[in-house]
Structures are given as C-alpha cells and as structure tokens.
Design a protein around this ligand. Structure first.
Ligand SMILES: [Zn+2]
Length: 83
C-alpha cells in the first residue's frame, strides 16, 4: 500500500514549501537519494517512524532537476478535476 504523501515520477504537484519565491507547479522528477536524504531515511528507520521520501522537482517532464530534497509536506497533489 502506498503511504500518504508519496508521489510517482511524472506527477504534477504544487510546491508550497519554505522557499516561498519558488512556489508554483512542478513535476516530480525522482525521489531524492542524495547522502543527506539517505541519512534522513536511516534516521526514520532507527526511530521506527514512517519513511518519508523527499523528491526532486522539475519544471516540466524531462526537464533538468530544479528543486531537491523536497518534503512531501511541501507538496499538494494536482488540484484540477477530471472532465
Ligand atoms: Zn536530497
């Protein structure tokens, strides 16, 4: 079962995190697997709290990574309604 706050790559999201001047719509490029985020994962495992992947965001599908280490709490799923 997919935990709340997890996204697959290619999903459009709205970023509303601490970098207020970067607020806007992005696409999930990947899960951030830099040493810092890996360490956060290890901490989560140690304290037995749910693992919260952090993400790399791009401006558009296939575009270069733009924002890294983005917590799911800083993201909102796509808001448009289906036709
Ligand atoms: Zn990272």
């Amino acid at each position: 079962m997919r935990a709340p706050g997890t996204y697959t790559s290619g999903t459009r999201v709205r970023y509303h995190g601490s970098l207020t001047h970067e607020h806007g719509e992005y696409v999930i490029a990947d899960i951030c697997e830099c040493p810092e985020c890996d360490a956060a994962d290890a901490d989560a495992a140690f304290y037995r709290i749910p693992r919260q992947p952090r993400y790399v965001l791009a401006a558009a599908p296939g575009a270069a990574a733009y924002l890294e280490h983005v917590r799911p709490a800083s993201l909102t799923p796509p808001e448009w309604s289906s036709p």
